[in-house]
Write a protein that binds this ligand. Structure first.
Ligand code: FAD
Length: 439
């Protein structure tokens, strides 16, 4: 055996890194006190296996498609159905134009653009005739959209979408962070709509659910002799040969190297200063509730996703995904039933109160005619969402942790908290961390 590594955290990042290390012949012990997979999670609801964390992935960069291929899951990869997404506001909802990327239209003739009004529409269409240099120096994605298509487009779709899906402020996030290469393509193709057209950076899914990725990796870990321990790392201590790791089962594991694959607010005690201090100053998580509803019928609802730009007095949800319309595999399994998921900023109330709230919001957001009697099953899962690591305010935190990690022997860290929220960033980062540890 080459060396031994303790991986602290069995979310997708820890699993991916552990798999690479184990395949390369290293001894691996993975500690995870909760379900393996972390935010790649499932529940069984009314006989359906439903993702209650990540439900899709960005194909950009190829990290997740490559992983699926290695795991033998490539043939289950699928694309979401083109059900469309609406942006809800108390004074009326507007449909995001078909083919839009982050809410930015790619077809300036799409009828949905009429929601902008005559002046807004005319301004949006200027994108096609403005010189390519307009917006080329935009410091933020918001500035880019404003320069090319105007405020009406920006406020109608990209701003609420970037806030709702990525929890980022479009006025501060640089264009390339969410749209790699966009400014180069603008220079080549002459307009923003053309730069984003052609289907780059799309969302992918997995027939049967994203949670199968975690299952497949866990299967491989077993094959390669890695050990998974259902306990948390509570304390670590450097010793002559590497590290001593104390677990919540009060056992001690010795290892040559450590991989921290959980966010700093969960790190074990005993990490060397000043790394530990950098962890303590890392912004804490924001609790988010995800509610999944399985309903007996479609209620005549509009089967599309909804981003809530402003819920007014009526809606508390931040977003609704019509999962069984979005994913054909789920529709097939659900039959006459429908599956919806709604996200909330931490809801202060019982599970039952939140589920009833979600049913009411689902009615308002989709027009579905459902009563409590139509509810076949429901789930509330609370997540600790990290502040998006690609947000400009996180740059200093990220750099500090990376610098301080580099000062410590035989220690690495990985995760969505450090690389950016989402499987594409997490998987890429975990592959990099495992490579630095010798995989
Ligand atoms: C509701 C929701 C929906 C999402 N939807 C999508 C989506 O559709 N597409 C997408 O790309 N991304 C999505 N994401 C984001 C994506 O799921 C995450 O970015 C990614 O899964 C993060 O993985 P991770 O391994 O870094 O962290 P986590 O999944 O948080 O894993 C960290 C693990 O560490 C464990 N742990 C903590 N402390 C310790 C300790 N002391 N010892 C041992 N183990 C410990 C935790 O129990 C946890 O399992 C979603 C996230 C949420 C919450």
């Amino acid at each position: 055996m080459l060396s031994s590594t303790v991986v602290i955290g069995g979310g997708i990042s820890g699993l991916v890194a552990a798999r690479m290390l184990a395949r390369a012949g290293h001894g691996v012990t993975l500690l995870e006190p909760n379900e393996l997979g972390g935010a790649v999670a499932r529940r069984q609801l009314d006989g359906l296996q439903v993702d209650v964390g990540a439900e899709g992935f960005a194909t950009r960069g190829g990290a997740v498609p490559d992983l699926l291929a290695e795991l033998g899951l490539a043939e289950r990869a699928c694309s979401p159905e083109p059900v469309g997404t609406w942006v809800y506001r108390p004074d009326g909802s507007t449909r995001i134009p078909d083919g839009a990327v982050l809410g930015i239209p790619t077809d300036l003739a799409d009828p949905a653009l009429s929601a902008l009004g005559e002046e807004g529409l005319e301004r949006a269409r200027l994108d096609a005739s403005l010189p390519a240099a307009v917006g080329a120096d935009a410091a933020s994605l918001g500035a880019l959209v404003r320069a090319r298509m105007g405020d009406a487009v920006l406020d109608a779709w990209p701003r609420p979408l970037v806030a709702g899906v990525h929890r980022l402020d479009i006025e501060t996030v640089a264009p390339h962070v969410l749209l790699p290469g966009v400014l180069d393509r603008l220079a080549e193709r002459g307009s923003l709509a053309a730069a984003l057209g052609g289907g780059s950076g799309q969302l992918g899914g997995l027939s049967g659910g994203i949670h199968q990725i975690a299952d497949a990796i866990v299967g491989e870990l077993v094959t390669h002799g890695a050990t998974t321990v259902p306990a948390a790392a509570t304390a670590v201590e450097p010793d002559l040969f590497g590290w001593r790791v104390r677990t919540s089962h009060d056992t001690v594991i010795h290892a040559d190297r450590l991989l921290l694959a959980c966010p700093p607010w969960w790190w074990p005690s005993g990490l060397p200063e000043p790394l530990a201090a950098a962890g303590r100053s890392w912004p804490g998580p924001r609790p988010v509730d995800l509610v999944t509803l399985v309903l007996a019928h479609d209620g005549g609802a509009r089967a599309s996703g909804v981003i809530v730009a402003d819920g007014g007095d009526r809606v508390r949800a931040r977003a609704l995904t019509f999962s069984s319309a979005k994913w054909a595999w789920l529709a097939e399994q659900a039959g006459d039933r429908v599956v919806l998921r709604l996200t909330y900023d931490a809801f202060d109330g019982t599970d039952e109160a939140l589920v009833m709230r979600a049913l009411e919001d689902a009615r308002t957001l989709t027009g579905g005619d459902w009563s409590a009697a139509d509810l076949r099953a429901s789930d509330r899962t609370r997540w600790a969402m990290a502040c998006s690591a690609v947000e400009p305010s996180m740059t200093a935190h990220r750099e500090q942790v990376r610098e301080r990690l580099a000062e410590v022997e035989a220690l690495e860290a990985t995760g969505g908290w450090l690389a950016g929220t989402g499987l594409a960033w997490s998987v890429t980062d975990a592959v990099g961390a495992a490579a630095r540890l010798g995989a």
